[in-house]
Design a protein around this ligand. Structure first.
Ligand code: HEC
Length: 183
């Protein structure tokens, strides 16, 4: 009974002092009800001294739109991709449309809308050495385009983090279209 009285008195004091004066910090009784104590599993070890926050099993492949690319960033890798790597997406208007949109965002500033190497950055002399997609000396293929998006090439940086697997191949499809239309 005594503790109940104290509790009621506390509630009364708390409600009086906390609500009226907006300039003072409010009294918070029973803070555990407002601020939970999260259980931090990081670094915790379970029975048998096994870490709780275990890493995924070696070789685990994320299914979150990520597809592994196992061709290396070497000259041999480039040639292999150029010769063997094929676009897994079907040729559709929808893929081409999406590729065009992404190309406009990520590539056209340098390569130009038509893929002639004459984008805004090239016109303003910010970037040089941007090739035309139909440059016979380069002879780009669907595989080499994908490879270059993944790793970049010389002055061109990698675009692997801006585009996911499907988007890269959609861009490849669009670049091939531009290449075929260049004279
Ligand atoms: C900042 C400017 C810049 C951007 C943005 C850029 N590129 Fe490039 N790209 C270059 C330059 C410079 C080269 C020439 C690199 C070299 O010296 O071989 C190049 C080369 C290429 C090549 C030819 C590579 C080869 O095999 O010889 C392809 C294909 C290509 N880019 C595709 C793309 C695509 C697709 C995008 C957008 C996802 C893109 N680029 C974005 C500057 C850029």
């Amino acid at each position: 009974m005594k503790s109940l009285k104290i509790f009621i008195a506390l509630v009364a004091v708390a409600s009086l002092s906390s609500c009226n004066n907006k300039r003072k910090p409010q009294v918070q009784y029973m803070p555990d009800m407002y601020v939970s104590v999260p259980y931090d599993a990081n670094g915790v070890r379970s029975a048998g001294d096994v870490p709780v926050n275990r890493l995924p099993v070696a070789g685990t492949v994320s299914r979150n739109g990520v597809v592994a690319y196992d061709i290396l960033d070497t000259n041999e890798g480039y040639e292999k991709a150029k010769a063997e790597l094929k676009n897994p997406l079907p040729q559709t208007e929808a893929n081409l449309e999406k590729g065009k949109e992404l190309y406009g965002i990520y590539c056209a500033t340098c390569h130009g809308k038509k893929g002639d190497g004459n984008g805004v950055l090239s016109q303003r002399d910010k970037f040089s050495g941007i090739p035309k997609y139909n440059d016979p000396a380069r002879n780009i293929t669907e595989g080499s385009i994908y490879h270059v998006i993944m790793y970049g090439r010389n002055n061109m940086g990698s675009h692997a983090s801006q585009l996911n697997y499907k988007e890269r191949w959609q861009v490849v499809q669009y670049v091939e279209k531009l290449k075929s239309e260049l004279k």
